[in-house]
Design a binder for this molecule. Structure first.
Ligand code: ZN
Length: 195
């Protein structure tokens, strides 16, 4: 388990250093599959993801029962609902990364730029605002993500999922860069007299 926990700590450091999870925002989890019932390791509530220690990571079962001490992220049930619906998902990274979240607060959608699998929809899927940490958000997000690997939460942030943490982390970085590229494109297109 130490290795799994360390992996979460490393991803926390990486995405904190890339400014995807400023302050105490964002959360990361990993599912460890087991015949006796899956275990989920998740980041704690109200703690910066940039400075996590082994003892900060909380272990729970799929029903949210605590297996270790500590207080899990307030979005624990959002993670658990996604794991329950998606057997192919074993890692979730949730951020409020600034460009992607800027789009989430606007009436513009983030285009799915090439890079991750077949493009079925030119825009990233999204759900309307639900209160962070609420059961409604957990239910709507787990339904809204469908079989996608990313979901925009309106007026809140982004969820990226993958079969492992590396994949979910790369996707979170890629989505933020996509949103940034799109933002710059909008700005340049609207600055008519720059040339
Ligand atoms: Zn959030």
């Amino acid at each position: 388990m130490k290795k799994n926990v360390q992996e979460i700590i490393n991803v926390g450091n990486n995405i904190f250093n890339k400014n995807l999870v400023s302050g105490k925002s964002g959360n990361i989890s990993k599912r460890i599959k087991s015949a006796n019932g899956d275990i989920v390791a998740i980041t704690p509530t109200l703690t910066s993801l940039g400075n996590l220690k082994q003892e900060d990571i909380v272990l729970v079962d799929l029903d949210g029962n605590l297996l270790t001490k500590g207080k899990p992220s307030s979005e624990l049930f959002m993670h658990l609902e996604i794991y329950k619906k998606r057997d192919d998902v074993s890692a979730i990274v949730h951020t409020h990364s600034p460009y992607a979240t800027g789009f989430a607060f606007s009436n513009k959608r983030i285009k799915r730029l090439e890079g991750f699998g077949e493009i079925k929809d030119p825009y990233l899927p999204y759900i309307e605002y639900e209160k962070p940490g609420s059961d409604n958000l957990a239910i709507k997000a787990s339904e809204g993500i469908g079989d996608s690997d990313v979901l925009v939460l309106k007026k809140h942030g982004v969820i990226c999922v993958g079969e492992n943490l590396k994949e979910a982390e790369s996707l979170a970085i890629f989505i933020e860069e996509s949103a940034k590229t799109q933002f710059i494109t909008y700005m340049l297109n609207s600055a008519e007299d720059m040339i």
